[in-house]
Design a protein around this ligand. Structure first.
Ligand SMILES: Cc1cc2nc3c(=O)[nH]c(=O)nc-3n(C[C@H](O)[C@H](O)[C@H](O)COP(=O)(O)OP(=O)(O)OC[C@H]3O[C@@H](n4cnc5c(N)ncnc54)[C@H](O)[C@@H]3O)c2cc1C
Length: 383
């Protein structure tokens, strides 16, 4: 056996698991297809999430980021709602820098990192993985556990015959942030004219704006993003913009592991419904999976996840299924956030990573009959 654990994919999930494992003295190799990959992503991460992962101090010391001071949420038919918060509750990172930093941490602590792609695997008590390295060499790695952290199009899932997550489509692009565009505000725009079962966003990075929208079908993306640009950035010349379409998982509890093959992050679909936040949850899934490997009890992985997140994910999925795709419902739901008390609850739930168990009932109660269907489901979940 070459390694105890082979991690496939060096994004937030893969790099986090490799770092955790080597810190526990477990021999680990991570393979990443492209060490220069800059994933199309808003790069927004709540600082409370990084604190929870015990990474905040180190990351803010080492990386550039934009610190967000307010959020505007624009409902389909009414004026934007502005929510201000303490400086630094959302940090925006460049994904190339963020992912590289996490991989470097793992490397510093002893992980072997190879730039290469998983091409095939043979399952068994000892897994045999075939890797094509960047310079075209074929390498065989034997390992006891394999972590599939290779994203929403997971090849590990395909090769091991595990269902891949469902997904929405996003389309996004970046523009340099000129002086008049420099901002510390994240914008969320709702309404079916520019987003379908999703929202459109403007996230300001250090020297660029990340702009995009999402939909359940790929063929409507182009017209939705064009509508959004016309509404928000009417002066932009669309013909010069380079768009990128990318899938984002739609949470639907899948298999956490199949024997000694374990899935983390987008490969498992751990993106929070409604907010579509994925980085923190990918890293938490990696932490839980690594803990289960450390204890040699793989069932522990799903238990740790369920104890911490199952309820919030299930309820928010129901909430999303009911609310999204219907402008009138979204309008009513968002307008309730004009109340400062509801804003505070929502911020605690989405950003502060406080134990959601106590907050979800309070948050849902605030919507009264609007979401009575969801509240009823919640009662069933509690039972
Ligand atoms: C447009 C967009 C905007 C988003 N904005 C945000 C946001 O602002 N905040 C947030 O929290 N989340 C956001 N998300 C979600 C977030 O990007 C993901 O949830 C997160 O990146 C998941 O991390 P991961 O490590 O599981 O997967 P990924 O980040 O996708 O990493 C997978 C890695 O595996 C590598 N790989 C793939 N196949 C192979 C192979 N065969 N062999 C070796 N390596 C392989 C890839 O190169 C990649 O580096 C956004 C997503 C999209 C699409």
């Amino acid at each position: 056996m070459d390694y105890e654990v082979l991690v496939v994919g060096g994004g937030p999930a893969g790099a986090t698991s490799a770092n955790f494992l080597v810190k526990e003295g477990i021999e680990t190799c991570l393979i990443e297809r492209n060490l220069e990959f800059n994933k199309p992503c808003g790069g927004g991460i709540p600082s409370a999430g990084l604190k929870d992962l015990e990474l905040l101090d180190e990351i803010v010391k080492e990386l550039k980021f934009n610190s967000i001071k307010k959020v505007t949420i624009t409902p389909p038919f009414s004026e934007p709602i502005e929510v201000e918060f303490k400086n630094g509750e959302i940090l925006i990172f460049n994904r190339l820098e963020f992912d590289s930093f996490l991989r470097q941490l793992a490397k510093k602590n002893g992980a072997n990192i190879i730039e290469g792609e998983l091409v095939s695997l043979e399952e068994g008590k000892i897994i045999k993985a075939i890797i094509k390295t960047k310079n075209g060499n074929i390498k065989t790695i034997h390992c006891k556990y394999l972590i599939g952290a290779d994203g929403v199009n997971s090849r590990v899932c395909s090769l091991a015959d595990i269902n891949k997550p469902n997904y929405f489509w996003t389309i996004s692009f970046q523009i340099p942030s000129t002086n008049e565009l420099k901002t510390d505000c994240c914008e969320f725009w709702f309404g079916s004219s520019q987003a379908s079962f999703f929202y459109s966003w403007v996230f300001p990075g250090c020297n660029y704006l990340s702009i995009g929208t999402g939909a359940e079908k790929v063929n409507i993306l182009k017209s939705l993003i064009n509508n959004f640009i016309k509404k928000r950035f009417s002066y932009l010349d669309i013909s010069k913009i380079k768009f990128r379409a990318f899938k984002i998982p739609r949470w639907n509890k899948g298999s956490f592991h199949k024997k000694n093959i374990i899935l983390c992050g987008d490969a498992l679909g751990t993106v929070m419904p409604v907010s579509f936040e994925g980085i923190y949850y990918a890293m938490k899934s990696a932490q839980f999976a690594s803990e289960a490997i450390k204890q040699k009890k793989l069932e522990l992985y799903e238990k740790l996840w369920n104890d911490r997140f199952r309820r919030q994910f299930s309820i928010m999925k129901k909430f999303q299924d009911y609310m999204f795709g219907n402008d009138n419902r979204i309008e009513k739901w968002l307008n309730i956030h004009r109340n400062p008390h509801i804003q505070e609850l929502a911020m605690a739930l989405w950003l502060r990573k406080e134990k959601s168990k106590n907050l979800i009932p309070l948050y849902l109660k605030a919507f009264g009959s609007l979401i009575s269907r969801i509240a009823l489901t919640q009662v069933k979940i509690n039972m």
